[in-house]
Design a protein around this ligand. Structure first.
Ligand SMILES: NC(=O)c1ccc[n+]([C@@H]2O[C@H](COP(=O)([O-])OP(=O)(O)OC[C@H]3O[C@@H](n4cnc5c(N)ncnc54)[C@H](O)[C@@H]3O)[C@@H](O)[C@H]2O)c1
Length: 319
């Protein structure tokens, strides 16, 4: 039977990178691309050749609308789903938590209900390391494992954890075949300027200082978006049913280190070009993810060296 994969949330950062990498490699798969085109969705992020491909269909649809989602499942012979679509910015979730619950939990439930009712196969959920909560700054020896209990802190991470647990509940209750990937912070081309790296590049480019929350000591593990998506594809195609895998870059950096690296790449003196602003409420201290199970079971390792990836990212935004 031929494969028709529904990809949600394809139009902006991670989803568009996924399609640009995988549609050309798999011409026998029909790719249905579902996106509401929120402020974070832009069709032009999909390469023109892909937009013209015979095996590629775009559907504008809001996953919060169950009737619209059901219509997509009625119209196309969907076999599998890779679910990227989400409200994804922590600061926005602090301003409007309800939107995050509607999109990330109810929207996920709408897709799961259709996936179950139409007897589809695999459902892959794009989760995040933020569902685990955070780690103390003075314990560099500990990391999140795939079976670390979920303990999210922000409205964003709580809504993602809600989606994550709902997927597991549908596996247990209805036997729905799922896989889940929990990935660390992504960087690369096409990311919205609301996120730390593109925002900082954009500020420097327009002659303004990089703004860092609090003291800049918060730690994130950065992974290139290509490595994230190659990990997603490996898990989606190779992992056993009902399994959860972590994806990380083995590349922990404080926000201060990121700001300094960006100043260096853009030939600015960090002393003059970094300023500190009021901290984000409830700001998670450190994320660090142990992805050794992914490497052991599936042979998956990130490939892109951070300093090189960041240099190329700066070039992409500035030229
Ligand atoms: N960015 C990261 O560092 C990171 C890390 C780990 C996991 N994730 C997860 O990866 C996924 C993609 O993240 P991103 O950074 O590309 O997000 P993004 O905000 O850049 O893009 C989200 C996409 O979802 C679409 N969307 C939003 N609400 C929708 C709705 N109601 N119906 C249909 N489409 C809708 C938007 O139009 C957009 O195309 C998310 O699930 C996010 O939680 C992101």
């Amino acid at each position: 039977m031929s494969q028709t994969i529904l990809i949600t949330g394809w139009c902006w950062f991670i989803g568009s990178n996924f399609l640009n990498r995988y549609v050309p490699r798999y011409p026998d798969i029909t790719w249905i691309n579902l996106d509401a085109l929120t402020y974070a969705g832009k069709q032009t992020n999909i390469l023109p050749d892909i937009q013209l491909s015979q095996n590629y269909i775009f559907v504008q649809c809001d996953i919060r609308d169950i009737n619209a989602v059901r219509k997509v499942y009625e119209t196309y012979p969907i076999t599998d789903c890779i679910h990227f679509a989400a409200e994804s910015h922590v600061d926005n979730s602090i301003k409007n938590p309800t939107l995050f619950l509607e999109t990330n939990i109810i929207g996920t439930a709408n897709l799961l209900n259709c996936h179950r009712d139409f007897g589809c196969k695999r459902f892959h959920y794009i989760s995040t390391d933020e569902v685990y909560g955070d780690l103390p700054l003075d314990r560099p020896d500990i990391k999140f494992l795939y079976d670390t209990p979920l303990h999210p802190h922000s409205p964003y991470s709580t809504s993602k954890a809600g989606g994550d647990m709902l997927v597991q509940a549908y596996g247990r209750t209805y036997g729905l075949d799922y896989t889940i990937s929990r990935c660390s912070n992504n960087y690369g081309p096409n990311q919205d300027v609301e996120k730390l790296i593109p925002r900082s590049i954009s500020l420097l480019q327009s002659g303004q200082q990089i703004q860092i929350y609090g003291k800049g000591e918060n730690v994130r593990d950065w992974i290139h978006v290509d490595d994230h998506n190659d990990g997603v594809w490996t898990i989606f195609t190779k992992a056993p049913s009902w399994s959860i895998y972590n994806l990380g870059g083995n590349n922990e950096k404080t926000n201060n280190e990121i700001a300094q690296l960006l100043c260096h790449l853009m030939q600015k003196n960090p002393t003059d070009w970094i300023t500190y602003v009021t901290d984000r409420p409830g700001h998670d201290r450190r994320y660090a993810i142990d992805y050794s199970k992914t490497t052991q079971d599936l042979g998956r390792e990130p490939k892109i060296v951070f300093e090189k990836g960041l240099e190329e990212t700066v070039k992409w935004y500035t030229t």
